[in-house]
Design a protein around this ligand. Sequence first.
Ligand code: SAM
Length: 286
Amino acid sequence: MENKRLYSPKQIREVLDRHGFTFSKGLGQNFLIDGNIVRNIVKGAGITKDDYVLEIGPGMGTLTEELALNAKKVVAIEIDNRLKPVLEETLLPYHNAEVVFGDVLKLPLRQIIDEKCQGGPVKVVANLPYYVTTPIIIKLLEEGLPFNSITVMVQKEVADRMVAKPHSKDYGSLTLFVGYYTIPEIVLKAPKSVFMPQPKIDSSVIKLTLRDSLPNVDPDKYFKVVRAAFLKRRKTLLNSLSSKEINADKDEIREALKKAGIDEGLRAENLDMNDFIKIANELPNI
Ligand code: SAM
């Protein structure tokens, strides 16, 4: 049984050659060829037979197959029409897997989830090119689409920034953006060797679990404060926040920091998410 699974490099080569498929660098096509990684992504995503899964970028269906074996249903979105005959063959045995062709950034995701996943919430699983990953994470979070977690392969450095703690060099706007909506955790590390063709960089799989309730702050004001603070991360908070990004003068900033109980001489990286929330709540008119 094992050697019939898609993740065997021999099996992948055979299927792709038979279809005359060539990898597109532009679409970031690096396919997984390692069974342990494929199984551990699905395990890390916590997929059960009760779950509807929205997979983004199925490629030739390697991860889709493992998802279909573990989930109630998988709806996969793939941009490359050349993969149609390949996926028709590889997913033939899996009646609970369906592929929608199109660009995930342009398709009406809410409608797809309504029609094909009983309105969700879905679990999102993706191994995408890196230039699509951040925009899709932002889209899913900002549009409040019905999902409860995103498990996604990202560049190792991006995962490190998402889970970074205060006082570290990786800690910044991305940490505080992702942390506002979700609780992030690194599920596994994936060396270059688990892909065909091999990329130049190492990757990590990160799981972002949506918070039960969002922090009590206006998100626009919170993100404004965070962005201004980290734009000049070497400056003191009083100076970094006294910038054109923020519609308040230095005295108002000083007063807000005082009311929030935060030393104006600290720097952005010394503050945790609650500190930024307190500051934003003291600056209601920015
Ligand atoms: N999931 C497969 C695997 O792990 O072997 C393939 C991963 S490959 C890194 C990324 C896949 O995303 C490719 O199949 C590519 O065609 C697809 N893709 C790229 N941009 C996309 C987009 N905007 N919308 C949907 N799929 C996209």
